[in-house]
Design a binder for this molecule. Structure first.
Ligand code: GDP
Length: 365
């Protein structure tokens, strides 16, 4: 599955947040949930459209789509030089698809701040610097590897070298690789084989005290200001509050509790949705009476590839797909109704599946 790695300095609230994620009772009644490894939590992606479909189809079960969070604890200043368990944690970050960077935006004299004071912008820069140093290493190594070929006139090596130099310049200036503006194809050619960490998409989580909900405080404001050029989302949450919400099984109780803090949705739910979007993922649905189910695909996938997430045979033996739009289904209530209204589309191999499509695949035996 696709994974988001939770990083941050020690004592910022990562474990508290991770525990809230992996103990989530909120959806447990209807939805599957499990923990694969101690530091990997699997959560269901909240999606109101599933409720709509459930109301229309009245299926035996509803299966939402999932996303995984990995708690990557132990990143400290000096990790790129091997401090703490530096290299092990850096290796973990290389494996995830996106980064959730938790930053401490709460004051509490009883909880030691590893750098001596609450300063989310400087904390973020410490983590970034460690990752950037490691990335700079990787870029330098690749430059060394292809430099000779470029000098003797290998056109491909020359083109890659030009792009690698852009990354080198950015990283040396204390910027993350994701700030380099080039096409995905050029990036893939130059750095696709060296798994940089700071090129991965990121979401910042400003962990505030409960008194600073729902909109944050001077610390989260400073963080927002500092990251505005990265185009990254900042989500204000209180990890302690999330832990309490995660324990509540009764939706009404949860809603009341959220309301007390001026929230309409839990921070976790916001984070899960934002992570899903950050990963470039979209959802299509299958809607049978046995099962209504959400499926995860990448934006831009065509119908056969999308069918392949259900079963690899569906991709190989794809013939065509029948597609309904949720608003049409909601209006006409049944597939027959949608068909009669002329809104049931039959699509072939080239159809690009859209977020929210209700799909039925036809394949050869
Ligand atoms: P980690 O080292 O980043 O995983 O941090 P932890 O989740 O273990 O949290 C460190 C300490 O800070 C724990 O004692 C938490 O209870 C506490 N903590 C976490 N979030 C908050 C918060 O929002 N407010 C306050 N006051 N304490 C918090």
């Amino acid at each position: 599955g696709l994974q988001c790695g939770i990083v941050g300095l020690p004592n910022v609230g990562k474990s508290t947040l991770f525990n809230a994620i992996s103990s989530g009772k909120a959806e447990a009644a209807n939805y599957p949930f499990c923990t694969i490894e101690p530091n990997v939590g699997v959560v269901t992606v909240p999606d109101e459209r599933l409720d709509t479909l459930e109301g229309l189809v009245k299926p035996q079960r509803v299966v939402p789509t999932i996303i995984e969070f990995v708690d990557i604890a132990g990143l400290v200043k000096g990790a790129s030089q091997g401090a703490g368990l530096g290299n092990k944690f850096l290796a973990n970050i290389r494996e995830v698809d996106a980064i959730v960077h938790v930053v401490r935006c709460f004051e509490d004299d009883n909880i030691v701040h590893v750098e001596g004071k609450v300063d989310p912008v400087s904390d973020k820069e410490i983590i970034d610097a460690e990752l950037q140093l490691k990335d700079l290493d990787s870029v330098d190594k690749k430059i060394q590897r292809i430099d000779k070929a470029a000098r003797v006139g290998d056109a491909k090596a020359k083109a890659e070298l030009e792009i690698l130099k852009l990354y080198k310049t950015a990283l040396e200036a204390g910027k993350s690789a994701r700030t380099v503006q080039i096409s995905p194809e050029e990036a893939e050619a130059a750095i696709g084989d060296i798994s940089l960490m700071t090129v991965k998409p990121v979401i910042y989580v400003a962990n505030v005290d409960e008194g600073s909900l729902p909109n944050g405080n001077k610390y989260s404001d400073a963080l927002r200001e500092a990251v505005k050029d990265e185009g990254a989302e900042v989500i204000v949450i209180s990890a302690g509050i999330e832990a309490q919400i995660a324990e509540m099984e009764d939706p009404e109780e949860r809603e009341l509790f959220l309301g007390e803090y001026g929230l309409t949705e839990s921070g976790l739910s916001k984070l899960i949705k934002a992570s899903y979007k950050l990963l470039g993922l979209i959802t299509y649905f299958t809607a049978g009476v046995k099962e209504v189910r959400a499926w995860t695909i990448h934006r831009g996938w065509k119908a056969p590839q999308a069918a392949g997430v259900i079963h690899s045979d569906f991709e190989r033996k794809f013939i065509r797909a029948q597609v309904m739009k949720l608003p049409d289904f909601a209006q006409f209530k049944t597939e027959a109704g949608v068909r009669e209204a002329g809104k049931l589309a039959v699509e072939g191999k080239e159809y690009v599946v859209q977020d929210g499509d209700i799909m039925e695949f036809l394949h050869s035996a």
